[in-house]
Design a protein around this ligand. Structure first.
Ligand SMILES: Cc1cc2nc3c(=O)[nH]c(=O)nc-3n(C[C@H](O)[C@H](O)[C@H](O)COP(=O)(O)O)c2cc1C
Length: 485
């Protein structure tokens, strides 16, 4: 992963854990409404892909145990990982693109209800993503993938040669020469793997996204409702299709790109389709970026505008993330796919303990605060969720007391200790196992390996009945916490 060049090593902030009386009087442990539902407390576990589904996108016992473990800590809400809305193969990522996925999804709802004693609200993040290929071997790229064009022939002075001869002539060339001969897109496909973009209007299925996506999202949301989830989170963040529509890099010329009003058109149309499918008595919100953190990307000014428009449309919550884009990601190894959390924007999304002057804790708070203020000034009460390096009581409580956000999201700290919110609530904060923010979890995610946490995954491996990773070296969920001890 990319690290800021300053490489300043930070200490974890003091926990400043509350007594149970302080917790009872706190904002953090006070209820909040999101649309038609109420959260018992303002604590939120944002979506985290654990790589536990089957290759067919089905829920497994490991998926159930993952959510059950978070639910034992009884947070206000858990958001189930990014779940694909299409019925297409996408590796071990959960899917919701067909009714056959319903029984598995219902089982998640059931487990979470039971494990949290009905206290935790459960949402599911629904996502669309475009196709992305692994970085090819140069040989494969030139012999199989590249479409030979007159421009290649001209550059090589091989106008009358066979296509095969052109391919063979390209193969031994150095990168500097190839950069002159190939188009920027071909050169990128070679170096990073081919990746579809929302701006590929020459592709009929990409041109047609504004026609196809609203219904796909609406059907997926209806399945979520049928499965018993308390709400859906539309994934408008990071490197995926809907975020690409919002992005300042979206230059589509069909009324869905260019200026901000056009870039937010499809996200609003998707929301309207979802809303008309699930009705007004169902929680629907979205996750989007407070800043893209890439050159030429959307800025806070854009996100303030989007926030107001999304609130105006009737969304029940806005969850803010930042960065996490393909545009500045590192070059993957041959045979691997580009991963959107390896560049500076990826760092902004999941900052680590080695940081710059701003540090890793709460980098998204200022932006969230400004978006919230603008939404409030426009007359909307839409709750704002903020995440990013939040791991102490005083940090969380001051965000709420200073009205910078309404709900506190914590992903990696909740993975490190799924009981941490409960420990704080019970005045047992001293027992919190703290995230070290070294992104071991994110490293596993990058390799599509079962995600675990370095602070507990080698503990008590001989406990009877616990489930281990495929290589049998790591436990898959955090050891239980006994509140009596
Ligand atoms: C292993 C892992 C998987 C993640 N998967 C998702 C995801 O499916 N959807 C999403 O919006 N964010 C995802 N994220 C980002 C987190 O939700 C969160 O925004 C980020 O980790 C910053 O919050 P934190 O500092 O509290 O961890 C993931 C993060 C991790 C570590």
């Amino acid at each position: 992963m990319w690290t800021p060049p300053e490489r300043i090593q930070y200490e974890l902030p003091e926990g400043d854990w509350p007594t149970n009386e302080q917790a009872a009087r706190s904002q953090l442990f006070s209820p909040v409404r999101i649309g038609p539902i109420e959260l018992a407390e303002r604590t939120w576990i944002p979506a985290m892909v654990p790589w536990r589904a089957t290759e067919e996108g089905e829920v497994t016992e490991d998926v159930l145990q993952w959510y059950e473990r978070f639910a034992e800590g009884q947070p206000g809400a858990i958001v189930v990982e990014a779940t694909g809305i299409r019925d297409i193969p996408s590796g071990p990522l959960l899917r919701i693109g067909h009714d056959r996925f319903l029984p598995g999804l219902e089982a998640i709802v059931e487990r979470v209800r039971k494990a949290s004693h009905g206290r935790t609200r459960l949402l599911i993040q629904i996502i669309d993503f475009l196709s992305i290929r692994r970085r090819p071997q140069a040989e494969k790229f030139f012999r199989r993938f590249l479409q030979v064009t007159p421009a290649h022939r001209e550059a090589l002075n091989l106008q009358t040669s066979s296509e095969e001869e052109v391919r063979e002539a390209l193969l031994p060339l150095a990168e500097e020469e190839l950069e002159q001969i190939l188009t920027p897109r071909e050169f990128e496909d070679l170096r990073f793997g081919a990746r579809e973009r929302v701006t590929d209007l020459q592709e009929p299925h990409i041109r047609d996204l504004p026609n196809t996506l609203p219904d796909l999202f609406a059907q997926a949301a209806q399945r979520a409702q049928k499965a018993g989830f308390d709400g859906v989170e539309l994934h408008y963040a990071h490197a995926y299709t809907m975020a690409s529509f919002l992005s300042a890099t979206n230059t589509r010329d069909d009324g869905y790109g260019g200026h901000r009003e056009a870039r937010i058109r499809l996200p609003l149309e998707v929301y309207e389709a979802v809303r008309s499918q699930v009705g007004t008595d169902y929680t629907v919100g979205c996750r989007y970026l407070s800043e893209e953190c890439i050159e030429g990307g959307s800025t806070l000014e854009d996100s303030v505008f989007f926030g107001i428009e999304l609130a105006r449309s009737g969304m029940d919550f806005l969850s803010l993330s930042r960065g996490g884009k393909f545009d500045d990601a590192l070059q993957p190894k041959v045979g691997s796919s580009i991963y959107p959390y390896t560049g500076p924007s990826g760092y902004e999304c999941m900052p680590t303990i080695r940081s710059d002057n701003r540090g890793p804790f709460g980098r998204n708070i200022e932006c969230a605060s400004q978006i919230r203020e603008a939404v409030r000034n426009a007359g909307y009460k839409t709750p704002i969720i903020v995440a990013g390096g939040i791991c102490s009581f005083s940090q969380a409580e001051s965000i709420l007391c200073e009205e910078k956000a309404d709900i506190i999201g914590a992903a990696r700290q909740s993975l490190a200790d799924p009981d941490w919110f409960m420990k704080m609530r019970l005045g047992r904060g001293g027992q919190v196992n703290r995230c070290v923010y070294r992104n071991y979890c994110e490293g596993l995610d990058q390799k599509h390996k079962q995600v675990t946490c370095q602070i507990w995954d080698r503990q008590q491996l001989d406990t009877p009945g616990i489930r281990l990773s495929d290589n049998k070296k790591r436990r898959l969920i955090a050891p239980p916490w006994d509140p009596q001890k």
